[in-house]
Write a protein that binds this ligand. Structure first.
Ligand code: DGJ
Length: 742
């Protein structure tokens, strides 16, 4: 069992959090503030590391009560920087007093260390199952003038190169405080020789990898859309320029939150880098009356010196085992068929049963009824908010349909979009004041719908009652929870003027509340999150919904980029991935069925088409795919995932999953454009046992490479050259799946 400790040296006022892999060192500075000394690979445990607290006099620095003028808040690395006394970087917290002063000089008061990890009230967070898995340090700071308390909380996990952090800002004075920034994580690094990796895009091309070298000033990504967004993900990596997938130093910063966020790196004039991660300070303002407290979401930071794959694997393991919860955490996902792209809104019970019947025949395990089954929902212009089955479509309701589907030997799942309402709905007619809307301005529609005010308890309660009733009445095993627009005119009719800056966050707390109630009352139900594809693919929702619809784009070639980018933080088990029809509905591309299957099997596998429309030959291929996934899904979804070749860099993409005992692996190899008269090619693998000899099957028979030792496969590689000219060429968008068995 690994070593883990949080050690406090009374003499040097230094905290050292460490396990076998990492060290995180903090110190109470001479001015009482908390300073950051080190985050990185585990180093020796000593009483002090004061040499890291470098002092010098600098022109233009500001000094408070430091006669020697050697230590300025702007020059010492701060653990939770605030603005106003010489630290000019973007602050971790910004707190205004009643008199308008924004200065916060919070100094060390006390600390506690406890075994395990306390819960974050109302918020998703990593957890422990036994106290021995982690230790938590809470450091209490107080600004005696304003009465602002800041409690910084750090959990170090025994078995992970990760630290989870959050902060609680409290009002311990007698006047009202206004909190306009409260970040979850602030990390001051001593230099700026890093590349920043961000995962950005737009609808249907989420989480594409973008890399840039840090430059002086601020580089940031964020969302002000009310959800974590298609555009950016609440995840950043800083890596050393020479680091790659297999070696070198990298740090990852991930926010367990689904609303507005800011993730940034700021490089100051002395090449110091401040990483900030948390709720976006724009449009955020939280009122703290005396004795009130504000809990920030949790952020996780990880470190490795073994490259980006190792960094991703830290997040995969932590998030899969200690963020995802419930019965489905330990079970591979069922193979599903979703009717959305098969029918869109043109549904009838008969049609659905026909689609489900064929799915069953092919080996599908779960049938999912998507949008269009409720209220007056015949198109996207009506019905949202009315969560009762439409009898014209489902004469015996969801209960009747679910029974028929179950009788076929399939589980039944259903789509909902509980946070939304159409103008043409009974819910809106009854409660026109339940939407988010700024008085005097029109409420913008997006996809013809408005956003319900989930900052209000009675709204969440009413939606809960409707959805819980469905789940009680019908045999529903799966819920797809969609969210199809960004939030605009974010004003709540139920809150006073000074609290309007709280609405975005209160909205997300309402979403979490509804998720918590439904997942606790219906623990057998598998929840899949969705937001027009992947606009809320974030760790916050992973706590409630162990899988998420990765993107509306189901084209195999596009999916390689999306799933590859997503894998930097999120496990394969969490990524919804379906085989859909060709020409692809999002961009008209035609890719082979085999390729679509070979991409989707590195995800929670399913189909998004009417299998009745396939040829006999295609049905045979579907049956082969399903049999393959059933045989290898534990390995594919829970194995150690390695990225081998990037779709952002060339014609070939490759990745692989290795079983925990390293006796089995599946390799996915994908080529966009075929190559005529090409060279001999090899693909070096990773994660295998060098001393085990693996039998190689699948892919294509590659000469005499039937079996090889792990060291050969990792040092030399899998032969991926094209077969001789006698075999017809595979054409563009080719995929090969190789299975290795020791
Ligand atoms: C957006 C989702 O991403 C799709 O999969 C589908 O569920 C539609 N909404 C239904 O309206």
């Amino acid at each position: 069992m690994g070593e883990m400790n949080i050690r406090f040296s009374e003499s040097s006022k230094t905290f050292h959090l460490y396990n076998d892999w990492i060290s995180y060192i903090l110190k109470v500075l001479e001015d009482g503030r908390l300073g950051q000394l080190y985050f990185g690979k585990r180093i020796h445990v000593k009483d002090d590391y004061d040499y890291l607290y470098e002092k010098t006099h600098r022109s233009m620095s500001a000094y408070t009560g430091d006669e020697d003028q050697m230590v300025s808040p702007g020059d010492a690395r701060q653990e939770y920087g605030t603005y106003g006394s010489g630290d000019f970087k973007q602050p971790a917290a910004e707190i205004y007093q009643e008199n308008g002063a924004y200065l916060t000089n919070a100094v060390y008061v006390s600390h506690t260390v406890q075994a395990g990890k306390p819960k974050l009230p109302g918020l998703p967070a990593t957890y422990t199952e036994e106290d021995g898995e982690a230790m938590t340090l809470s450091v209490k700071l107080l600004d005696p003038v304003s009465g602002a308390g800041i409690c910084l909380r750090y959990t170090i996990f025994r078995d992970r190169a990760c630290i989870a952090r959050s902060a609680v800002i409290s009002n311990e004075g007698s006047g009202r405080l206004r909190l306009t920034a409260a970040m979850s994580l602030c990390l001051d690094l001593p230099d700026s020789d890093y590349e920043m990796l961000q995962f950005s895009g737009a609808w249907s091309r989420e989480r594409h990898l973008h890399t840039r070298h840090l430059e002086p000033g601020i580089q940031s990504v964020g969302s002000r859309r009310g959800h974590s967004s298609h555009e950016h993900n609440p995840f950043l990596i800083l890596k050393r320029p020479h680091a790659d997938e297999f070696q070198g130093e990298a740090m990852g910063f991930s926010l367990i939150y689904s609303g507005n966020f800011l993730a940034q790196a700021e490089v100051d004039g002395h090449d110091m880098t401040r990483v900030l991660l948390g709720i976006h300070p724009d449009n955020f303002c939280w009122i703290l009356e005396p004795e009130d407290a504000f809990q920030t979401p949790e952020a996780v930071m990880a470190y490795t010196d073994r490259g980006l794959n190792a960094l991703s694997q830290e997040f995969h393991r932590l998030y899969w085992t200690r963020l995802a919860r419930g019965a489905w955490r330990d079970q591979p996902s069922p193979i599903l068929l979703n009717n959305w792209e098969a029918t869109y809104f043109d549904i009838s019970e008969e049609k659905l049963l026909r689609i489900a019947g064929k799915a069953r025949e092919c080996g599908v395990e779960l049938f999912v009824l998507d949008d269009g089954w409720f209220g007056g929902r015949r198109s996207d212009r009506a019905g949202l908010g009315d969560w009762t089955p439409c009898r014209d479509i489902l004469p015996e309701g969801l209960t009747g349909l679910a029974e028929k589907i179950e009788a076929m030997g399939l589980k039944f799942g259903v789509w909902i979009e509980p946070e939304m309402v159409n103008e043409d709905s009974d819910l809106y007619r009854a409660h026109p004041d339940w939407i988010l809307k700024t008085p005097g301005y029109p409420a913008s529609k997006s996809r013809h719908q408005w956003v319900l005010d989930f900052s209000r308890q009675e709204v969440v309660d009413a939606v809960y009652a409707m959805i819980a009733r469905l789940l009680r009445e019908a045999k529903i095993s799966y819920i797809k929870w969609d969210m199809n627009r960004s939030i605009t005119e974010c004003f709540s009719a139920a809150l006073p003027p000074e609290r309007q800056g709280e609405v975005f966050h209160r909205y997300i707390l309402g979403v979490y509340d509804l998720y918590e109630r439904l997942t606790s009352e219906f623990p057998h139900v598998l929840f899949e999150s969705c937001a027009s594809g992947g606009a809320r693919f974030d760790p916050g929702l992973l706590y409630y919904a162990p899988q998420g619809w990765t993107s509306d784009d189901t084209d195999a070639a596009e999916r390689l980029k999306i799933q590859y980018g997503t894998s930097f933080c999120y496990p394969v088990r969490s990524m919804g991935a379906h085989v859909s029809a060709v020409p692809n509905h999002q961009l008209g591309r035609v890719t082979p069925l085999k390729t679509r299957g070979a991409v989707a099997c590195f995800g929670t596998f399913g189909y998004e088409l009417d299998l009745n429309r396939l040829t006999e030959e295609e049905i045979e291929e579907v049956k082969r795919q399903i049999a393959f996934v059933k045989q290898y899904r534990r390995l594919l979804q829970y194995g150690t995932f390695y990225r081998l070749k990037s779709p952002f860099e060339g014609n070939i993409t490759a990745w692989m999953a290795v079983s925990e005992d390293r006796r089995e692996a599946v390799v996915g190899w994908y080529r966009m454009l075929s190559v005529v008269n090409g060279p001999f090619t090899r693909l070096p693998l990773a994660g295998l046992d060098p001393d085990l000899c693996y039998r190689i099957s699948g892919g294509q028979k590659a000469g005499a490479q039937d079996s090889c030792y792990g060291d050969e496969l990792m040092q030399i590689g899998l032969i991926t050259s094209d077969r001789s000219h006698e075999v017809p060429p595979a054409g563009d968008f080719e995929a090969r799946l190789f299975v290795l068995k020791a």
